[in-house]
Design a protein around this ligand. Sequence first.
Ligand SMILES: Nc1ncnc2c1ncn2[C@@H]1O[C@H](COP(=O)(O)OP(=O)(O)OP(=O)(O)O)[C@@H](O)[C@H]1O
Length: 274
Amino acid sequence: MSGNPYQDDRGNKDFTIANPKGSGEIEHRRSGQSRAAPGGPFLIGEAMTGGYGKGPDILTECTIAVDKGEIAVIVGPNGAGKSTAMKAIFGMLNLHGGHVRLDGEDITELSPQDRVVKGMGFVPQTSNIFTSMTVEENLEMGAFIRKDDFRDTMAQVYDLFPILKDKRRQPAGELSGGQRQQVAVGRALMTKPKVLMLDEPTAGVSPIVMDELFDRIIEVSRTGIPILMVEQNARQALEIADKGYVLVQGRNAHTGSGKELLADDDVRRSFLGG
Ligand SMILES: Nc1ncnc2c1ncn2[C@@H]1O[C@H](COP(=O)(O)OP(=O)(O)OP(=O)(O)O)[C@@H](O)[C@H]1O
């Protein structure tokens, strides 16, 4: 993505960290503050059908949405099209069916870069940081679309991820897997996104680090940024999800609250290991 003149005229509130240390436990998550927007969900990929290049359709009539105050999670077996659904919402796929709407606006035809300008923060699964640059340079790069002073946002990112402040002068490539993911999320937050999309933020990290990352993600959602994420750790992810989507072969197989899906016999049997 190259530079594009950008005014921060989105009326977007700074994300403020209410409790930077977090609760320490996922179970202490706030008890759901989701509210449906009058014009439909805040972000929705609706009935998306499409695939890569001239290849076969990977997604068929797939719908994924997230509302303000929510964490929405996409889970499903390997190859189900979870990452593809995220890419479709971010504009990296040519859809030949369906729409993507952000805050009531149809953005189906926009490039990924223009979607960032509209307020989408996207953290891809891989290559999501510059390993030879320092932590701080990574965060600065994240602010590339901003023309205003971003030091406050950087301070907020450091409040959220204190370890990044300690390591700010170190090349990001020297950090642990979990810390790198914090850099990637922090980098996305530097754009002051209206919605944050995370593709497998806990890939390859230990269970303890996964819990910590989930706690931080909950913190971000509490600041008012809706979160849409793909997760391999389905059970843990559904525990913190307001809304869950189970995809199978590019289609919606089950949709419900995290709790509902965890209690659903079908979902448990076919996919959560009973
Ligand atoms: N860049 C690409 N070009 C062509 N086909 C792709 C591309 N990326 C993914 N696919 C195909 O799309 C299908 C869905 O892949 P996708 O990565 O979206 O699944 P997933 O549910 O995220 O899987 P995983 O849990 O293994 O990451 C697979 O059949 C995959 O081979």
